[in-house]
Ligand binder design. Sequence first.
Ligand code: 2PG
Ligand code: MG
Length: 431
Amino acid sequence: MKTAIAELRGRRVWDSRGRPTVEVEIRTTGDAVGRAIAPAGASTGSGEAVDLRDGGSTFGGYDVRRALYGIATEIAPLLRGRDVRDQRAIDALLVTLDGTPDKSRLGANALVATSMAVAHAAAAATGVPLWRHLAGDGPVGPLPLPEIQIFGGGAHAGGRLDVQDFMVIAVGAPDFATALDWTAEVHRHAGRLMAEAGRLCGVADEGGWWPAFDRNEEALEMLLRAIEAAGRLPGEEMAIALDIAASTLGRCGRYHLRREAEPRELDSDGLAALWLRWLERYPIVSIEDPLAEDDPAAFAAFTRAAGPGVQVVADDLVVTDAARIRRAAAAGAGNTALIKPNQIGTLSEVREAVRAAGEAGWAGIVSARSGETEDVTIVHLAVGWGLPQLKVGSFARGERMAKWNEGLRLAEELPSGGALPPAPRFPWGRG
Ligand code: 2PG
Ligand code: MG
């Protein structure tokens, strides 16, 4: 057998924010190599699996020596000799070995890097691309529709705006490459318009422009101008998507906004009403985490009020956890799940979350984190598992462009070429 794990090692590498992170490299008995790197979030849901850090003062407490120690002393000995094609069994072993409900003993960073490296090694050992390996005998999805950040805010830009991600979706693009072409122009024009207006302050965590706006709506207005300047029809060709990341704005139904006119403290209804006004005024097709993770009833009320024409994405509320997705779906809180592998820890659990979303009639968006690297596993995951959308931050910086560029390469390999998911790309239509 050439697919057994001969060697598994962790190493400390660095992410896009200059923080340590975990890379796992697996070599099989047939000399195939698989490698994967754990990403990390800044605005994390409280139910996420634990990203194990050393604490203390070195590298701000973000060092990963403990996670690497667990890989060397427990994970590697346990997995040596296992068949890399047996992802489910390996993931189950990892979950049992950790033994905690939140992966806090070995760390979800150690687990996710291991689990993804297993998939890479299996693909390499069997001589197929990762997307094909992940799909198994099942159908392969088309390339996902990109959701791309133009301005950063919230936790990704020092709280410069209340809303975390101002993004665009090329809803009218005929294929993946064209979606990127259109976005490149919007991104470029947005930067130019901001510089002209004296509102450009650099680049935020995920590569979007770091804005110096006084009000949240200035960002929406400028986004609209950038779409028009790029020669695209707002709403029909290029639509707006937001990630409010409302869990960073308040708790227990009390929200504090710094970039709005008075009143700046809003209750759940007030916050929902603000977003509903934006939905009427701007071509917004998708809104993520409009209410906080501890406010599911208001999240559900907002989903109903927004109507079937709007994609309401649950991130912090469901944290890529199948059980939480089922609960949220039963309550009507959202209609789309954000899927981030490191929120749960192993690929098999991610797969379960994707299944739970599908069974509930929800759509899925596979997503990167604010702390990223050159790792492109999630692009293959979107294709292999047929997730129709991909969110990886902006159209700048290597760790983001690595994913978009991987999509362009896959367009040459896939049976569907560069085609995007068939219309309607938003299953609930645009109202
Ligand atoms: C999010 C992600 C990506 P983070 O909230 O969806 O934008 O951010 O990785 O910081 O959680
Ligand atoms: Mg989010």
